[in-house]
Design a protein around this ligand. Sequence first.
Ligand code: V47
Length: 361
Amino acid sequence: MATMVTGQREQIESKVQQGLRLSSEEGLALYQEPDLEWVGSLANLVRERRYGKRTTYIVNMHLNYSNLCTLSCMFCAFARKRDQPGGYEMSLQEMLERVSILKDAREPEIHIVGGLHPDYPYEYYPKLLALLRQTYPTAHLKAFTAVEIDYFALLAGRSVDWVLQDLREHGLGSLPGGGAEVLTDRIHQKLYRDKMGPDRWLEIHGIAHRLGIRTSATMLYGHIETDEERVEHLVKLRQLQDQHAGFLAYIPLRFHPDNTPLKKLPLRSGDEVVRQVALGRLMLDNFDHVKAYWIMSGLENARRAQFFGADDFDGTVVDERITHMAGCDTPVGMTEESLQQMIRESGRDPVRRNGLYEILN
Ligand code: V47
């Protein structure tokens, strides 16, 4: 690992203390800094300055309506073609039954994501939202990645603007941050060539923000990306956020290699998990929230991440499939009480929020 040039450490520290924006070079230096605890302490400073000891969490569930997908991304263990074993489609009835677990929850979130289904017509998607909204009027529907939205526009023969507004009328609350992967042309070409590239992902989030639809942003790290590419990704998110401030949160996602074409790659360490969180907090000075997603990062790492810049712990997460099909061994969900206890035992104060990060008393 490279060491910092003389004075760079002091310079970074002083900028963080004053709340000044870090450059790409400084971001790269933080990725390569051997003293991880120091990097974490800077991120923690920013986090505690804004949120004190508070860690927010959400009562939520994932609804992965089908894994049939026309794409073939190298990092994905979830997708299936029609003729492959393991493909599934949930019926509307089955989805309503699964979601009924939230029926007494106050303002829960339903995170709805699927493959690019080969046959469903566009009308299926607003219908699904409308049904969920009708059955659970207080639920926040965080639904469909930018990749799905782009596909729906193709299916409907309409613009992305039109699709987003139509979905909002049927109950869409916000867009999740998936599908960003690593926003560089090299990673796009190597790992997800037939899916939309970085510019289009950013464009669709920009359109959503312009319409007043809030979104999240992720980065899928821990495969073949370089530190330079990670910085490029963060800077692109920061630039878009400067325009409309539409991102609610940043969520770094640890890559799980099992059952994917990249299965020979190792799962990245806990140190790497918390460094990604810290870099998100330090580089994304215009993002309010950085989320520890325990399903992908592992519980222990997510606990530690609360001291490396994360102010949010996601969530009760009933029934996640995308990572569990890639060999992830965390539980598929947690009760609200155990989530609160975990946050408390790690030295933070649990505070429940809704899908727009508003505090629920
Ligand atoms: O886009 C795919 C990633 C994403 C694997 O917005 C994998 O709040 C690890 O985006 N190993 C979907 N990751 C999940 C996602 C998400 C999760 C939690 C919260 C939010 C949010 C968004 O999962 C995909 C892709 O980047 N993914 N395969 C894998 N093998």
